[in-house]
Design a protein around this ligand. Structure first.
Ligand SMILES: Nc1ncnc2c1ncn2[C@@H]1O[C@H](COP(=O)(O)OP(=O)(O)OP(=O)(O)O)[C@@H](O)[C@H]1O
Ligand SMILES: [Mg+2]
Length: 413
């Protein structure tokens, strides 16, 4: 997919994934030298071919405070293997030499002219379904202007993408209980992120970490995330194409956190079907794929996605929407179909929010003591109900719905 960088007022050029982290938006600071950025990235990726060993945290470098009780700045790390080679950095599986703890280290080339939004956002987040930032520090390359940000995180062995691929190879689908547990935690993590005003903007299977033994799920990669403000315009060239909300395809600049919910709907459907639900080969083609299932959006729906869209020019062949039950290749729980159909709506306002989706009856059997106990006998179930006041924003109705009484009783004993 291509991303764009602003090179002058209102002018963006496609750069490919490599420059995603340097996209500029209104209020984000000065424009940057594109060629220089590309060279720096290439240079950085060349160097990464020889992994660093026993990388000592540089105590003189500015430390970034994280919400963890242990001081990880005291440790040195040995890189064990490269686990992710993203657009702007490398992610290593590493070992803290002093404790033997396995961690993940994301090393990103830092443009000194910009604050790193990813670490700023990660520092604000503290939730069981969001990757934990244990420590972060800057290191330097050969040239004095080469600065790297190293983020030490908890390590998770799989992503939804790698997990799904394993099942797909054997022509199987992810077991339904795992799909339910992962969908629930994905929504819970996102509901929390959204209460912080943060929109992730790149929800996709590779950015969702899981541990298939404990069945825990954690959101990662906040490199495209942003605190959205009503006063500010946001770029619509964001999010991987297959998971991109239709309002973004219609060029909206005033979208909200509901763009993440569209991606979630696509991912839940993908866990059932094994393959992406909407697989367009260009932005236009992506919209066509969506229309094939949701039908052509009405003029009202187009305006609900982008109020500034030139509606006079909008004329489209009327395509009827498909029955959601026929969208799924495998036989699945009708409640799951209902949930997906209520998330994948054109109008962002009618689309379920993350917290609303958590209350959907598809998840009721997790909250039911009898079915929960049956599940618990067969698989590991992470804590699903340890909601904080902040998460539920003191909303008694939500507390009653999302925290089962039996769970409260069990925890008091
Ligand atoms: N904490 C972690 N534990 C285990 N693996 C991780 C962790 N964080 C990231 N990864 C792996 O590294 C990959 C890249 O990480 P991340 O998405 O944060 O980097 P990125 O540079 O933004 O990548 P991209 O641009 O491809 O999305 C992830 O898809 C995942 O496979
Ligand atoms: Mg990523």
């Amino acid at each position: 997919m291509s991303y764009y960088a602003k090179v002058s007022q209102n002018k963006y050029i496609p750069l490919g994934d490599a420059n995603r982290r340097m996209q500029t938006e209104a209020g984000d600071g000065d424009e940057f030298d594109v060629q220089q950025a590309i060279l720096k990235v290439r240079n950085f990726q060349e160097k990464q071919k020889t992994p660093l060993r026993n990388q000592k945290c540089q105590s003189k470098s500015p430390m970034i405070n994280c919400n963890v009780p242990i001081d990880y700045s005291l440790y040195t790390y040995t890189n064990l293997q490269v686990i992710g080679q993203g657009s702007f950095g490398i992610v290593y599986k590493a070992k803290a030499n002093e404790t033997g703890e396995i961690v993940a280290v994301k090393k990103v080339l830092q443009d000194k002219r910009y604050k790193n939004r990813e670490i700023q956002i990660l520092q604000e987040l503290n939730h069981p379904n969001v990757v934990e930032t244990k420590h972060a520090y800057f290191s330097y390359g050969d040239c004095s202007d080469e600065q790297y940000l190293n983020v030490i995180m908890d390590y998770q062995p799989e992503t939804i993408h790698s997990y799904n691929t394993q099942f797909l190879k054997q022509q199987q689908m992810i077991p339904q209980i795992q799909t339910k547990l992962y969908s629930y935690q994905l929504l819970r993590g996102l509901a929390y992120v959204h209460t912080k005003g943060v929109c992730h903007r790149d929800i996709k299977p590779d950015n969702i970490l899981i541990n298939p033994e404990s069945n825990i799920l954690k959101l990662c990669d906040f490199g495209s995330a942003k605190k959205l403000s009503l006063m500010e315009q946001n770029i619509s060239y964001i999010c991987s194409r297959s998971y991109r909300a239709p309002e973004l395809l219609f060029g909206a600049n005033n979208y909200n956190t509901q763009v993440d919910m569209w991606s979630v709907g696509c991912i839940i459907a993908e866990m059932f079907n094994g393959l992406p639900l909407f697989l367009g080969t260009s932005a236009v083609d992506q919209l066509v794929e969506i229309i094939k299932i949701l039908g052509s959006p009405s003029k009202e729906e187009v305006l609900s996605m982008n109020k500034d869209y030139n509606i006079k020019q909008y004329s489209i062949i009327q395509i009827r929407k498909k029955d959601w039950a026929n969208v799924f290749v495998n036989e699945i729980d009708p409640l799951a179909i209902d949930l997906v159909s209520k998330i994948l709506t054109y109008c962002p306002k009618t689309r379920l929010s993350a917290i609303q989706a958590l209350t959907h009856s598809y998840f009721d059997d997790l909250r039911d003591e009898i079915t929960y106990k049956i599940y618990e006998k067969n698989i590991e179930i992470p804590n699903l109900f340890d909601f904080t006041k902040e998460e539920l924003q003191n909303n008694q109705q939500l507390i009653n719905k999302l925290i089962p009484r039996w769970y409260v009783k069990r925890n008091k004993q």
